[in-house]
Design a protein around this ligand. Sequence first.
Ligand SMILES: [Zn+2]
Length: 81
Amino acid sequence: MLKGKCHSCDRMIQKTVTDTCIYCGASLEAGQRFTAEEKKEILRLKQKLAEDRRANSVVVSNPSTGSTFLAAGDLSGGGDC
Ligand SMILES: [Zn+2]
């Protein structure tokens, strides 16, 4: 699902359901936009993260569990891209 770098600010394109760069707001080029299918997957991952975060807030034994930032390259979910 990786889309490479933004043509405008040269930062990695993050998983987003918009068609713009989250850093500089530039419109992504056609080949860099996420498809409807991918956006559904992204929303699903975000929802899962939110649920995990809720679960973690109940179990306070280890508050320093990993980052919830949905960075490119993380949580690829077994995709073949
Ligand atoms: Zn950018």
